[in-house]
Design a protein around this ligand. Structure first.
Ligand code: TTP
Ligand code: MG
Length: 376
């Protein structure tokens, strides 16, 4: 679907980027810290303050705190300020990210997740190539993410990935920037070259020595000279990028290897009914995700984190892939029964997982071949 869109002249692509993502997740978890500078840190563990800042909310950014700086430097910038320093909790951010990505996926003709907090959506077909409709859709998406997940994001809308990305960065946080095809060059021209994907600090310096500071100057710079300096591939890329030309399709990444959910019980227990009550709820969530992504599974696992934090698991693999929820729950029940029979520990956290995933369409194809149904 999107490959067709990519060869059409006018595509509409969005880049959705969650604002100060890790720190915003922390604010959502504990709203009382909102309004204070929040700094999420990767502590290296050597000394109390050794390590780097992963990200910071916009309040902290006003004090000059940003990703990558040493924690000690962030602390000195926030001296005498009531700031909050927290360690990264990747698992929590990933869970939030997964749920948001599912919302976004539902709005795209074609979807490509780029990292934990950003994704490209090709929306050409559903907006009939109409920019205003795309802008309204972006506003709807922002509203949905906010009401369902209590997080703000910034969205850039443009004719390709390159422009959408720059547009998303243009107004942050909680921004929405539409760049129509006819505006692309005037939008890009005043920006520093560094905004283009692929222009790092070194390239920026090199371009500066050629008298090129802005994207507009890069666009006017002789392409042959550019190729002379950076080589054919990169030189041509910089030239095209400066004009806002980019044919990269929005492409779904390969399927996940597994889908899992884990949750903490109210209290540690060995009661199968209590465990299954929670585990079945997790099965429903995993199953919903499989359905949305049109995946079937062949293996089922259960996980138990015991009161002493030891981790235990059991798994089972079916002969054939299936998309059956009842079979999933039956396997989960069997595995928990087996686990409780074999082990004396009480469960603190319980989880379920499906793996050996494949596409539903492939399963159907296999079955069709197997039964020898006519192809038409
Ligand atoms: P970004 O989207 O680059 O940053 P952000 O979401 O924190 O802020 P913005 O509002 O500008 O989008 O990165 C997403 C997450 O990735 C970020 O919340 C934390 C993590 N990250 C790091 O751990 N180290 C880094 O150097 C960067 C840039 C990000
Ligand atoms: Mg972000």
């Amino acid at each position: 679907m999107c490959e067709v869109a990519s060869i059409l002249q006018d595509r509409i692509v969005m880049l959705v980027d969650l604002d100060y993502f890790f720190a915003q997740c922390e604010e959502r978890r504990n709203p009382s810290i909102k309004g204070k500078p929040v700094v999420v840190c990767v502590y290296s563990g050597r000394t109390e303050d050794s390590g780097a800042v992963s990200t910071a909310n916009y309040v902290a950014r006003r004090y000059g705190v940003k990703s990558g700086i040493p924690i000690s430097l962030a602390k000195s910038k926030l001296k005498d300020v009531d700031a909050v320093f927290l360690p990264v909790d990747k698992q929590f951010y990933r869970e939030v990210s997964d749920e948001i990505m599912e919302i976004l996926r539902g709005y795209a003709d074609c979807f490509e997740q780029m990292g934990i907090d950003e994704a490209y959506l090709d929306v050409t077909q559903r907006t009939k190539g109409n920019c205003r409709e795309a802008e309204e859709l972006a506003a709807t998406i922002k509203g949905d993410v906010l009401t369902q997940q209590k997080l703000t994001c910034s969205i850039g809308v443009g004719p390709n990935k390159l422009v959408a990305k720059i547009a998303a960065d243009f107004q942050k946080p909680d921004g929405l920037t539409l760049v129509e095809p006819k505006e692309v060059q005037s939008f890009l021209a005043p920006l520093p070259v560094r905004r283009l994907v692929g222009v790092g600090r070194k390239t920026e310096k090199r371009l500066e020595t050629l008298g090129v500071i802005t994207v507009g100057q890069l666009a006017r710079f002789d392409v042959q000279k550019l190729i002379g300096v950076f080589g054919r591939k990169l030189g041509a890329y910089f030239h095209n990028a400066s004009l806002g030309v980019d044919d990269e399709p929005v492409q779904e990444r390969s399927e996940p290897e597994s889908v899992s959910r884990i949750s903490t019980l109210k209290e540690d227990t060995r009661d199968l009914a209590v465990i299954l009550d929670e585990a079945y709820r997790l099965c429903d969530e995993v199953y919903a995700k499989l359905m949305r992504r049109r995946l079937v599974y062949r293996s089922v696992s259960i996980h138990v984190v015991a009161g002493d934090l030891s981790v235990h698991s059991r798994s089972k693999t079916f002969e054939n892939p299936t998309s059956d929820l009842k079979a999933f729950k039956r396997a989960v029940k069997e595995l928990y029964e087996k686990f409780l029979g074999e082990s004396g520990v009480a469960a603190r956290r319980v989880g379920v997982k499906v793996s050996n995933l494949s596409r539903k369409e492939e399963l159907q194809k296999q079955l069709t071949n197997f039964f020898g149904f006519p192809k038409h």
